[in-house]
Design a protein. Structure first.
Length: 83
């Protein structure tokens, strides 16, 4: 495959494990999700791409230590988005 035709990244299905095993799994997924979030994607965009729920993405990001942006964060600094 060429660079332009890369296969989509595989995301594991979340399990219903609780306690330590579940925390480890959510932390590991959260570390991968955090790279996307720190890269500028919103939680909703990440949820749509990975097919995880908004709440699951939010939980994993918090476990991974992501600094949450305020609601309505403007990714286009210096650019007027509405007239």
């Amino acid at each position: 495959m060429t660079e332009e035709q890369q296969a989509p990244e595989e995301w594991p299905r979340p399990t219903k494990r609780r306690k330590e095993a579940g925390l480890e799994e959510r932390y590991a997924i959260g570390v991968r999700l955090r790279a996307l979030y720190d890269g500028g994607m919103s939680i909703r965009e990440i949820a749509a791409e990975t097919h995880y729920s908004y709440g699951y993405v939010n939980t994993c990001l918090k476990l991974a230590g992501a600094t949450m942006r305020p609601r309505g964060f403007n990714r286009h600094v210096g650019k007027v988005l509405s007239a």
